[in-house]
Design a protein around this ligand. Structure first.
Ligand code: GLN
Length: 267
């Protein structure tokens, strides 16, 4: 099968090697005899109706988010329609924030979002940085661990009743307080986890591929044959170990503007 992927704003939202997620999806699809066809979607370029099985949007600094936000918000209907038709979606950090109702940046400016995810984000005066470990249950009774790296000023507040991606075992997550990370809405996953995320979490890549294939065939998401993930498992083990060593939500890095030791965090 051809799995059609729309990669939103790759020229703007691509920090922490988020592009690597595409490479992993392509490799894992090819290992099962499928072909990932990735179409970059830039500012002003429309999403043809029913033209995709999976949408991807990466993370970025406030400046880049501000450059694409009006265009993203303007395609809210397209995104809602794609989601309603079962298109799978992975949104990372800055992209995750802007697929909610909006992001209020540190300077007080508000970037309206596409309103797909039931949340909104407010930037705080500290950045939440470091390795993260989550416990997820995307399928009832199937608990899985997810390891990644976070670096964000935004605090994302899920609406009551919204479903998070996972429970925080180590790290900050959505806001450093709620104990949860990310958001899940059917086949759409939003998360703060960079790294990139998918190389060390093959199971999530397969979960997304399976949903995208289900959309492509117009049926139930197929179960994918397991792959010999020795490298992926080792990468996960190292990342999870680092996160555990960090423990809880300790070590909040506080950037006090203008102090001598201050190294300006990425905007
Ligand atoms: N600029 C946003 C924040 O600081 C998102 C950062 C990111 O994508 N890593 O919260």
């Amino acid at each position: 099968m051809k799995i059609r992927v729309g990669h939103l704003y790759p020229a703007y939202l691509n920090i922490y090697a988020d592009r690597g997620n595409m490479a992993v999806l392509a490799r894992r699809a090819a290992a099962r005899g499928h072909e990932l066809v990735v179409t970059p979607v830039g500012i002003g370029e429309s999403l043809p109706r029913d033209g995709f099985d999976l949408l991807y949007i990466g993370g970025g600094q406030d400046r880049e988010q501000a450059l694409i936000a009006p265009d993203l918000a303007a395609r809210a209907d397209e995104l809602h329609a794609a989601h309603a038709s079962g298109v799978a979606l992975l949104a990372v950090c800055g992209g995750y924030q802007l697929l909610g109702r909006g992001y209020r940046a540190r300077d007080g400016s508000v970037l309206a979002g596409a309103g797909l995810f039931p949340h909104e984000t407010v930037a705080g005066d500290t950045r939440m940085i470091g390795d993260v470990l989550l416990e997820c249950e995307l399928e009832p009774g199937e608990r899985r661990l997810l390891a990644g790296f976070e670096n964000h000023a935004g605090r994302t507040l899920l609406d009551p009743g919204a479903v998070p991606l996972g429970r925080v075992l180590a790290g900050f997550g959505n806001d450093g307080v709620s104990g949860v990370e990310g958001c899940r809405l059917g086949a759409a996953i939003g998360t703060y986890l960079h790294g990139p995320l998918l190389p060390r979490n093959g199971w999530l890549a397969d979960w997304l591929l399976s949903r995208a294939l289900g959309h492509a065939i117009g049926g139930e998401p197929p179960r994918l044959a397991p792959l010999p993930d020795a490298l992926e498992v080792e990468a996960f083990r190292v990342a999870a170990e680092r996160a555990r060593r960090r423990g809880g939500r300790g070590g909040q890095r506080r950037f006090l503007w203008g102090t001598p030791a201050h190294h300006p965090p990425p905007a």
